[in-house]
Design a protein around this ligand. Structure first.
Ligand SMILES: [Zn+2]
Length: 112
């Protein structure tokens, strides 16, 4: 267990981010459905627009899913007291690095 980082604060930040991502995911699921409905009464060009928007929404969703996975595993590592240690070399991850991204799993050396 690290005593040089405020795990409680970092955990709260991780949980907040996770909730934000979940809210974004729900909102974007609604807009993806909306695109679907509109296509039936739109011309070819706006249909292409709609498809492109849908593609972008899918890409955003993929990024969200990856980020949510990182956050979930960081939270699990807090539970098991492994948080703050690099998953590759087991060295401490710099406190500054954790402050910038609480979901980071590797030290700076292993990230390179
Ligand atoms: Zn490392």
């Amino acid at each position: 267990m690290r005593d040089d980082v405020d795990i409680t604060a970092l955990k709260a930040e991780l949980e907040m981010r996770l909730r934000e991502l979940e809210a974004l995911r729900e909102r974007s699921a609604e807009s993806r459905d909306a695109v679907e409905l509109d296509q039936t009464r739109q011309g070819r060009v706006s249909r292409q627009d709609a498809l492109m928007q849908q593609e972008m929404a899918k890409e955003a969703e993929r990024r969200r899913a990856t980020e949510m996975q990182r956050i979930t595993s960081a939270l699990k590592r807090i539970e098991s007291d492994d948080y703050g240690y690099c998953v590759k070399c087991d060295e401490e991850i710099a406190a500054k690095r954790l402050a910038l991204d609480p979901a980071i799993l590797t030290c700076i050396a292993c990230a390179r």
